[in-house]
Design a protein around this ligand. Structure first.
Ligand code: SF4
Length: 331
């Protein structure tokens, strides 16, 4: 293994300063993905800036009803928080659908958002990969197997999917990602935090160099707001999604006032289903309306040789969740 410097930061400013003074540094949270990638030789940082003990490990209920989860809150703790379970069940369900109990106890909120694709060609340094080494090609597209890859928004440079369950729920819930860096603090919508690959698949997110995720902000929601997450995978636990969906449904006077829908494992980022959401606004929550909306969204899919199954799978997941969230009398 390549040797590297190790710095434990005591404050956010110390962390960003240490990052700036160590070219080639990476922030280290729970280490559940980064350390694996270092062992595989995929990541070869010159320094690790350990942010796992920063005072960002609390979930705060803010006066306006919103909820702020610090970047170092462990996935298990966020999933179990009473306010998350009551007001944002899709988030709690998504977190519990990810990884294993041991990993969720170590993985952090910030690290979950920054985990890398599980594309096997990305993880195998003997294979070409534009994400790992720009310009080398794509092992998946060049004779590889596409079963787990993208059906939406992919490019001729990369067809990888984003592996996070949590990020899919955050996108549907209109959460924001809070960042601190050399240019100060800012926040970006969770739905826009991750990128499509385009010509630069080496960039997973819109994060600027040196920026540190300090937390995620969930907009105010009432207890009982209908939301849910459902994931299809090869085995019942400890497996990445083949397809998943997070839905939040705001109903008023018997119609859909607003919907948040995001698909996971279909694209290089959580896929916010804006066309489906727009189609549902003002509609009665019926099976026919849900089918029309979901089909409108998935019409944009461009499956590859081995993954056409993902489109009907995602459709069934979305229709199941929408049907369960809507009042039974109206479906
Ligand atoms: Fe690399 Fe993306 Fe191709 Fe996978 S799909 S090998 S991550 S370029």
């Amino acid at each position: 293994m390549k040797s590297f410097a190790y710095v434990r930061a005591g404050s956010v400013e110390e962390a960003t300063d240490a990052f700036a003074s160590h070219p080639g540094a990476r922030y280290l949270g729970g280490g559940t993905n980064l350390v694996d990638l270092m062992k595989l030789g995929v990541e070869r940082p010159a320094a690790l800036v350990d942010v796992s003990r920063l005072p960002l490990d609390t979930v705060e209920e803010l006066p306006d009803g919103s909820l702020r989860a610090g970047a170092t809150v462990r996935n298990s703790d966020l999933a179990a928080h009473p306010a998350v379970r009551d007001r944002y069940p899709a988030l709690s369900q998504a977190l519990l659908a990810g990884a294993s109990g041991q990993l969720r106890n170590a993985a952090t909120t910030g690290g979950n958002l920054l985990q890398r694709t599980r594309c096997p060609y990305f993880q195998d340094v003997s294979k070409p990969c534009n994400k790992r080494e720009p310009g080398t090609g794509c092992g998946a597209l060049e004779g590889g197997v596409h079963r787990d890859h993208a059906v939406l928004g992919h490019s001729d440079q990369c067809i990888a999917t984003h592996p996070s369950d949590m990020a899919v729920a955050l996108a549907a819930l209109d959460a924001r990602v809070e960042l601190h860096g050399p240019e100060g603090t800012r926040s970006v919508p969770a739905a826009d935090f991750h990128r499509l690959p385009g010509m630069h698949p080496e960039r997973d997110t819109e994060i600027h160099p040196g920026e540190l995720i300090t937390g995620v902000l969930l907009p105010a929601a009432t207890a009982g707001l209908p939301s849910a997450y459902r994931k299809a995978r090869d085995r019942a636990s400890y497996a990445f999604a083949l397809a998943s969906v997070a839905v939040v449904l705001h109903l008023s006077d018997g119609v859909v006032e607003r919907a948040g829908i995001a698909f996971g494992a279909l694209a290089h980022r959580p896929w916010r289903a804006r066309r489906a959401e727009d189609a549902l606004v003002g509609a009665a929550p019926t099976t026919a309306a849900f089918e029309h909306a979901v089909d409108l969204e998935l019409a944009a899919a461009e499956p590859l040789r081995d993954n056409a199954y993902k489109v009907p799978l995602a459709r069934r997941l979305a229709l199941d969740v929408l049907g369960r969230l809507a009042p039974p009398a109206t479906t």
